[in-house]
Design a protein around this ligand. Structure first.
Ligand SMILES: Cc1cc2nc3c(=O)[nH]c(=O)nc-3n(C[C@H](O)[C@H](O)[C@H](O)COP(=O)(O)OP(=O)(O)OC[C@H]3O[C@@H](n4cnc5c(N)ncnc54)[C@H](O)[C@@H]3O)c2cc1C
Ligand SMILES: *[C@@H]1O[C@H](CO)[C@@H](O)[C@H](O)[C@H]1NC(C)=O
Ligand SMILES: *[C@@H]1O[C@H](CO)[C@@H](O)[C@H](O)[C@H]1NC(C)=O
Ligand SMILES: *[C@@H]1O[C@H](CO)[C@@H](O)[C@H](O)[C@H]1NC(C)=O
Ligand SMILES: *[C@@H]1O[C@H](CO)[C@@H](O)[C@H](O)[C@H]1NC(C)=O
Length: 472
């Protein structure tokens, strides 16, 4: 049975009266509500982008204040109850934001407030980027966030954050001015570079190891109309497509230009697609022309608002389609003809092999950025990436299938293809990496030591060990 169906039916037996849920309901203020199986809020609170990231929780809680988040953490810690913290629910690893215990959904933290005096915006941790962009667009500004529809501010920003604006302003973590964080002892603290440099560093990649973030204060940047959108091409144009990709990756130096270049396999054939982005109404000649010259199966690249660009991206899957997903990260030093041919070889190998196991989609997203990507923040300012010496590009492998009994096949494939293609020793990206990736591979040995010491100070009783994710 699909977990979604289990949620609808509320097949969790002993749920009502589960002591942790009851205690929470008794102790929180009226700003917060607890929901049980069968209610529509409970279903929404547990829902995830990938069905494989969904678990059936005992109850869900929508905290409405930082004080209540503190009360909830206090109860969960005392009772040693497992819990999940969900922002946008786009984690592709099971248990990272889901749980069989108490599901915390942050949706009530939906503030989006722009302050022109400080050029910052306060963004509640329950927002998805779409809503942030729509609100800020109206004020002519933007923040460094997700590139497609539906992604949560919280998970994206706590893991790193590769954005359309990253060539100009860095990763999402490079644009955080302050966190409002409820630490496991129940106190809401404001974390800045000045207030607690080790915690500020650790939150920039360290996910949910330190408590629950309720609000982010992010740097804002001026934003006008942009150009871009999706294109898809028949595999018969693969030579021209790859030549255009290599040229874009090696020659374009305009920081306003960005692309995601995808080699995919579905329904027995290779499919080529791109997302194009230019931070201005008209891209200069030469940047995207080679792609635009290839006859497209579909093309939707126009001048539009930043919000409209994101809203126009169609998710490959959604919660109602029931697909399982695994991502992995393939750090890549250079997108050259030979490295891209290596990716194509993997598509040609795994496409048919995994189709025999019910693959819906096998894809590799090539994500070129400029060599200056990591120079927008000081060396040592963030846990991820473990090093800022040079850039390793975040190629993403994305596998989708239907049957839970095939999980191991797809997880193994995601590991094997990563091993074959990854640049040895380059940092793995927490928001793409498969669940058993060692934390030292993301943050480096020195970074992990600093993060561990911070975790021991902020969470001496290991409350955050009760929730899933990459643990330091
Ligand atoms: C379709 C798709 C497109 C993507 N595109 C990009 C992209 O362009 N660039 C990029 O960098 N990444 C991208 N990602 C990866 C994305 O950054 C991660 O999936 C990210 O974790 C999603 O954040 P979320 O809030 O939606 O996820 P969730 O599943 O809600 O949370 C992810 C993690 O963050 C923790 N967390 C959530 N809220 C809080 C909180 N308030 N306090 C403490 N911990 C919290 C959760 O416990 C969990 O461990 C994409 C993923 C998908 C599925
Ligand atoms: C691509 O072109 C081939 C050959 O013309 C054709 O058989 C195939 O159906 C096309 N694929 C798509 C997705 O249109
Ligand atoms: C977002 O896109 C959908 C179509 O995918 C459309 O129906 C909706 O109107 C768009 N939202 C806004 C605010 O433009
Ligand atoms: C989910 O995806 C299916 C298939 O692509 C589509 O028909 C449906 O409208 C989508 N639902 C949502 C809520 O986006
Ligand atoms: C709670 O933890 C924070 C951060 O470690 C600390 O500043 C604060 O003093 C602690 N409060 C209590 C009551 O222990």
């Amino acid at each position: 049975m699909l977990p979604t169906t289990a949620l609808l039916l509320g097949l969790t037996g002993t749920t009502i009266g589960f002591h942790g849920c009851q205690l929470i309901a008794d102790e929180v203020s009226s700003a917060t509500d607890v929901y049980y199986p069968g209610s529509s809020s409970y279903i929404a609170d547990n829902e995830h982008y990938a069905t494989s990231s969904l678990q059936v929780s005992k109850c869900s809680v929508e905290p409405g204040s930082a004080d209540d988040v503190g009360i909830i953490l206090g109860i969960l810690g005392k009772m040693k109850t497992p819990f999940g913290i969900k922002g946008g629910g786009h984690a592709t690893n099971q248990g990272f934001s889901s749980t069989i215990g108490v599901q915390i959904a942050m949706t009530r933290f939906n503030e989006i407030t722009y302050d022109s005096a400080t050029q910052t915006a306060v963004i509640g941790a329950g927002n998805i980027w779409d809503d942030v962009y729509e609100t800020l667009d109206a004020q002519g500004v933007n923040v460094v966030g997700g590139r497609v529809t539906g992604i949560g501010v919280a998970g994206f920003t706590l893991g790193g954050g590769y954005s359309w604006l990253s060539n100009q302003y860095g990763l999402a973590v490079d644009n955080v001015v302050a966190y409002e964080l409820v630490v496991p002892n129940g106190t809401a603290v404001t974390v800045t570079e000045g207030s607690d440099p080790d915690l500020f560093f650790s939150l920039k990649g360290g996910g949910n190891n330190y408590g629950i973030v309720t609000r982010f204060t992010l740097k804002t940047h001026q934003q006008g109309a942009v150009w871009g959108g999706l294109a898809a091409y028949n595999a018969s144009y693969i030579s021209a497509f790859t030549a255009a990709a290599v040229k874009f990756c090696s020659e374009v130096t305009d920081p306003k230009a960005g692309m995601i270049i995808v080699y995919g396999y579905t329904s027995g054939q290779v499919i080529l697609s791109t997302q194009m982005f230019y931070d201005g109404p008209d891209p200069p000649d030469g940047i995207f022309d080679d792609f635009l010259a290839i006859p497209a199966l579909a093309l939707d690249a126009v001048t539009r608002s930043f919000f409209d660009l994101i809203n126009s991206t169609v998710p490959a899957i959604n919660a109602s389609t029931g697909y399982r997903t695994v991502y992995n990260h393939i750090p890549t030093l250079k997108y050259s003809t030979s490295s891209i041919e290596g990716v194509i070889d993997e598509v040609n190998f795994w496409g048919p092999v995994l189709s025999a196991h019910g693959a819906f989609y096998v894809d590799y997203a090539i994500e070129p950025f400029l060599p200056s990507l990591l120079t927008h923040a000081p060396v040592g300012s963030s846990a991820y990436p473990g090093s800022r010496d040079h850039v390793a590009f975040p190629t993403n492998v994305n596998l989708q299938w239907l049957s839970e009994s095939e999980d191991d096949v797809f997880h193994d494939a995601a590991r094997q293809t990563t091993e074959r293609l990854r640049a040895e020793g380059e940092p793995m990206y927490p928001n793409y990496a498969i669940y058993d990736t060692p934390v030292a591979d993301m943050f480096g040995e020195v970074g992990v030591k600093r993060m561990e010491a911070t975790r021991e100070r902020v969470d001496p009783h290991g409350v955050m060990m009760l929730t899933g994710g990459f643990k330091v």
